[in-house]
Design a protein around this ligand. Structure first.
Ligand code: X6L
Ligand code: MG
Ligand code: MG
Length: 168
């Protein structure tokens, strides 16, 4: 069995619905078991900042799939939920990234593990810390990366509790 961490993000349409649908599609896969879910966060957009706020969460999964099979499944989820790539780093219905796969370190044109930009993004580090505070990137634990962000960066990530119409 392999253990992996996934990062999910959405900033279009019914964001909660996209997050829930992505989790459901993944958990309906017989080769994937979701073993833990982070809290859900509402986060300011990074990269291309002139776009709507995101919902982000991380999943811990067990899977018999290898890393490329899992990547294919993640891309299938994005396709099923009608992700369109118009602007690089732009709005998306759902983004499913493999953050860690066992302790594999790998860098090629299809896949980079651990995900190369985890270490500077509060919207990934904070939910990952809910799941496992001991994850290592380049010999440093993820809490050290989180500590090296500014308060402003951490403040752009807030626990999301839904609204009166759609509580979670
Ligand atoms: C300079 C240039 C500095 C580019 C940063 C950062 C690019 C993040 C892309 C960057 C740069 C990204 C999400 C997001 C995106 C998400 C939130 C990306 C890819 N995905 N913002 N921005 N959540 N809050 O899931 O991560 S686009
Ligand atoms: Mg992605
Ligand atoms: Mg991403």
């Amino acid at each position: 069995m392999n253990k992996a961490y996934l990062g999910l993000g959405t900033n279009m349409g019914d964001r909660l619905d996209y997050i829930n649908s992505a989790c459901e599609i993944l958990s309906n896969n017989n080769n994937i078991k979701i073993t833990n879910k982070s809290k859900l966060y509402e986060t300011k957009a990074w990269g291309y900042t002139d776009q709507a706020d995101f919902l982000n969460l991380c999943l811990e999964i067990e899977t018999s799939l290898d890393k490329y099979e899992l990547l294919k499944i993640c891309q299938d989820v994005e396709q099923k939920l009608n992700r369109e790539r118009i602007i690089r780093w732009g709005p998306r219905t759902i983004d499913v990234d493999i953050l860690f796969f066992n302790d594999i370190i790998l860098n090629n044109e299809n896949l980079s593990l651990p995900h190369p930009r985890i270490s500077e993004r509060a919207f990934v580090l904070i939910p990952l810390m809910d799941l496992n505070q001991s994850l290592l990137i380049k010999g440093k634990v993820i809490s050290e990366y989180l500590n090296s962000l500014t308060n402003e960066e951490r403040d752009e990530v807030k626990e999301y509790i839904g609204d009166e119409k759609k509580p979670i």
